[in-house]
Ligand binder design. Sequence first.
Ligand SMILES: [Zn+2]
Length: 168
Amino acid sequence: MVSEWPAGEAEGGGDDPLSEFMRLALREAEQALRENEVPIGAVILRGERVLAAAHNQREQLRDPTAHAEMIAITQAAAAIGDWRLEDCALYVTLEPCPMCAGAILQARIPVVVYGARDPKAGAVDSLFSLLNDPRLNHRCQVYGGVLAEECGRMLTEFFRAQRRLGKK
Ligand SMILES: [Zn+2]
């Protein structure tokens, strides 16, 4: 069914492979929500095999680097026994920040698919274009805005609830 992957257009919605795998990342974001973490999820696939599935765990781990992508990259590298994730694709519900974009470059991940844009910290399209900077030695194929509405809605609702509780 996904023999032509990732040829499908990243329009969001529908059952194209990009949306299908983004749903796995969304499931991770839901798990983060249950743990009272900012709901962001990420998965890394090689072909159709899921090498890693992780969500933001900054509060639980008290670790500013515990973003979903960072944890997923570490998991995937452990799964294949190589720091080079050269034939992998990373799916994440929110546009990666500069730290995660840096890790994506370090891991040489060739395909990155994200959901909602992050106008405040996004380092793929919004504030920087780290994954496609000709000065750097690695570039990624990027598909943005996949299931963007669903991905963004989880975040909006989370922060709204936080404000109601008088937190940040
Ligand atoms: Zn990040």
